[in-house]
Ligand binder design. Structure first.
Ligand code: ACO
Length: 431
């Protein structure tokens, strides 16, 4: 067997040579594209544990080393020195911007923050207690009914306008979803503010008084958005790529991603972590909950723990834990006991044989909810905040997918285990 070829021999002795591809980093990949044609078999890989679905230049993760890089830049460096908008530019256009490019990009995002006024009326159709993720996915999907000029996925200019529009409007839609639940009037965007400052303004300002932007809060949001911006082929991003692979309009593809993000095994975990911490209540109860998480007969899992790719530590969790200290020092002394409880839970779980053996560490969602809560953001909005950060990643992947010369509609196969062929039986003859 040559180094760059995998030779697969069937039980009948038929041999197929499968090319091996090398990326710039990471494990080699066996290209099985011709396997069915040559051997008549499919591969079976539930949850895509060993399957690469595409070629991508955007984000690299080394789960054993706890390494996350956007376009080659370690996320720690971006978190320390960059802004969310600069990181968004990097993800979308492959390079860090010059000062002029950044200013132009920021200006364009600012110019797209308002919603079509008709869309605001759409919000009034939801029940007052609608979950904001339900509102977000529905409203983003409905953008395809308002912005017809950006529906042609083959038009480069339309893709560009869509990109700026969705990044700019996501915070406006998210804040309106919050105001709906809060029973307060929608607040229009202010284009003199930065991306994160404007979001705070739209979430918390009310017409009756002046709202002062809290700079530590804006910094914390910007950091969380940088850390959530992309994570290669995760569940929601793969959903966006899959929906988009049919040529569906980009608003529908992003709405599909938002729906996938909502699940508790994915972005919904940040909300679940807060609920879990409140349920645990005090450090005395931690052993009981750790035991529940280990019990195979109990569906309970430690939310915010474990990751498909990170088997050492999640670098994002470490950065967020540090930001927690800063935010709580200024904004949330009342949340300090919750943070303390989270720290104790992490400490005890990481000493436990079960968690050590299975390489289960706190993930990005473990501490993010504590920051959101200290900023006054309600628990039901946590996954919405994640979606705001992740939208740029979804869009970057969608753009890459559309331009991929090898791109085809995503259409996996299956291992069929249902009935064999049988004949229809008239109802009176059925037992
Ligand atoms: N608590 C207790 N046990 C766990 C946990 C947990 N949080 N996570 C995994 N395990 C155990 C599993 O029971 C399994 O044990 P087994 O081998 O004895 O069957 C083993 O660890 C491997 O777990 P899998 O579920 O097979 O791992 P997978 O890669 O499929 O799932 C996931 C990863 C979904 C993140 C999982 O760890 C989990 O459910 N965590 C809690 C939810 C969560 O925090 N999700 C956010 C992920 S980050 C993100 O999406 C932004």
């Amino acid at each position: 067997m040559s180094k760059d070829v995998y030779t697969l021999t069937s039980p009948e002795g038929k041999t197929t040579e499968l090319p091996v591809r090398n990326g710039t980093m990471g494990p080699r990949v066996v290209d099985i594209g011709k396997l069915y044609r040559e051997q008549g078999v499919f591969t079976y890989d539930p949850g895509f544990v060993s399957t690469g679905s595409c070629e991508s230049e955007i984000t690299f993760i080394d789960g054993d080393k706890g390494l996350l890089m956007y376009r080659g830049y370690p996320v720690e460096q971006l978190a320390a020195h960059s802004s969310f908008i600069e990181v968004a530019y990097l993800l979308l256009y492959s390079e860090l911007p010059s000062a002029d490019q950044l200013a132009e990009f920021e200006e364009s995002i600012r110019r797209h923050t308002m919603l079509n006024e008709g869309m605001l009326r759409f919000f009034n159709g939801f029940r007052y207690d609608a979950h904001p993720m339900a509102v977000l996915s529905a409203v983003v999907g409905s953008m395809s009914a308002y912005y017809h000029d950006t529906m042609d996925v083959n038009d480069q200019r339309a893709r560009e306008v869509f990109t700026h529009r969705i990044l700019a409007k996501l915070p406006t839609i998210a804040a309106a979803a919050h105001k709906l639940t809060a029973g307060q009037p929608y607040v229009y965007p202010r284009n003199d503010l930065s991306y994160s400052e404007n979001l705070l303004h739209m979430l918390f300002a009310v017409p009756a008084e002046t709202y002062e932007i809290n700079e530590v809060a804006a910094q914390a949001l910007d950091l969380l958005f940088i850390l959530h911006a992309d994570h290669e082929q995760n569940c929601s991003t793969s959903t966006v790529r899959m929906a988009g692979s049919s040529g569906a309009n980009p608003y529908s593809a992003i709405a599909a991603g938002i729906a996938a993000l909502w699940g508790p095994a994915h972005g919904g975990a940040n909300e679940a972590v807060l609920r879990m911490l409140k349920e645990i209540g005090t450090a005395r109860n931690i052993p009981k909950y750790v035991a529940k998480a280990k019990d195979k007969d109990d569906p309970f899992r430690l939310m915010g723990f474990g990751h498909r790719v990170y088997k050492n530590f999640d670098p994002r969790a470490t950065i967020i834990r540090d930001m927690c200290h800063k935010v709580l020092a200024q904004n949330g002394q009342q949340d300090a006991p919750l943070f303390e409880l989270a720290l104790r839970l992490e400490e005890m779980a990481l000493k436990d044989e079960y968690f050590i053996e299975k390489n289960l560490y706190p993930n990005v969602d473990f501490y993010s909810g504590i920051i959101y809560r200290a900023l006054g953001i309600p628990t039901s909005m946590f996954t919405v905040m994640f979606a705001i950060g992740r939208t740029v990643g979804w869009v970057a992947h969608w753009r890459e997918m559309i331009r991929d010369p090898n791109g085809r509609i995503s259409r996996p196969r299956q291992l069929y285990t249902g009935s064999q062929q049988r004949d229809y039986m008239a109802i009176e003859k059925r037992g």
